[in-house]
Ligand binder design. Structure first.
Ligand SMILES: [Zn+2]
Length: 60
């Protein structure tokens, strides 16, 4: 079973899922700049909000 990293924005419920945490961070930072530029959220806060999730592959 594969796992992925998932982030859910606490402000607007926007979700990012990627297999690599750096990839998630990249998207989250862009999202934050675009949508919540005044939000007081540091990189380590974002890191803490990233969870491991299981991904099921479609097609059986
Ligand atoms: Zn958001």
């Amino acid at each position: 079973m594969a796992t992925a990293k998932q982030f859910q924005c606490p402000f607007c419920a926007f979700q990012v899922t990627a297999t690599d945490e750096n990839e998630v961070m990249k998207h989250v930072k862009v999202h934050k700049q675009d949508h919540h530029p005044d939000a007081d959220v540091s990189d380590s806060d974002i890191h803490d909000m990233i969870k491991d999730v299981e991904i099921t592959r479609s097609g059986r």
